[in-house]
Design a protein around this ligand. Sequence first.
Ligand code: NAP
Ligand code: GLV
Length: 316
Amino acid sequence: MALLVITTTSRGPEFLEGAREAGKGLDVRIWPDMGRIEDIRYALAWLPPKGVLKTLPNLELIVSVGAGVDHLLGDPELPDVPVVRYVDPDLSGRMAEYIGLQVLFHQRRMSEYQEHQRNRSWTYLPEPAAHEVRVGIMGLGVMGRAAIEVLRPFGYQLRGWSRTRKVIAGVTTFAGKPELDAFLAETDILACVLPHTPDTRHILNAELIGKLSRQGRNPRLPGPVLINAGRGPLQVEADILAGLDAGALYAASLDVFETEPLPAASPLWMHPRVVVTPHNAAESTARAITRYLVRQIRAHQKGAPIDNVVDRARGY
Ligand code: NAP
Ligand code: GLV
């Protein structure tokens, strides 16, 4: 009963080591050195090449290295076995830090202050207090809720949007497409932690940007802010740049991109109101991921319920 670690990133060896440590006695292999493929029952995967998982005839379980599973569900030949997404406080805590950091950064107009610092310019800018700013979280799952708990103590007016209705204390919630416009109209800073599915692809486009609250357009917050830590294909980068240049957006923080790594030629890199990070809003340690993986494998071996199985029809 072997586990195959399969990734096209450089993190393979740390996952191999972590899985060997956490799964004492577990036969762990690393793609492409698969050995006898008939032995492989479990896979830990991140961005696996399409078609590789289907070559494993006795595969029983696939565990995603990340919370997002679009990198797996995009494989037309994905074997029909349970796919488990990664859920752990080590991941959601990091996402909460990222969203908290970016919301505060733009509320306090830090990109402008950084520019002033470079110019040795002692310039005061009016800033809204947190309680005057409405932060809208797109996606009220594990990531969205962790972000809400980090933002709450600052006193932001919290809004949230999800596919199905949610009741969260202190948060005004909106559900589904029929309530999207109302959600956007009440949002000054939009933080997106949606999964990438056929329904959410390109949702962060010019039309959506145009529907964000105009209330943010006051001297204290010059316009709406967009933060995307969900997935790159949620956004239309040309629309974000056009929105920034036309003043429909004040600023943006982007952790994910249509093409990753973000091409050197992208104007996003040098835009004075854009924060670019290399898809590291939340990246868990190999130790936390492999501990979670081994828990799922052991549960599966005992016939006990496994956690966070992806609903393939929903796409997340
Ligand atoms: P989750 O617990 O499954 O939550 C997903 C949320 O999105 C749910 O609230 C869901 O609504 C909502 N949603 C899905 N499709 C929707 C639609 N069509 N319309 C409105 N709402 C929709 O997932 P999670 O753990 O929070 O992770 C979310 C995503 O964050 C991942 O898929 C991944 O892409 C991204 N992520 C990025 C990083 C990074 O480092 N940048 C790290 C971790 C995760 P319901 O509640 O109604 O189901
Ligand atoms: C990272 O992007 C994740 O999906 O966990």
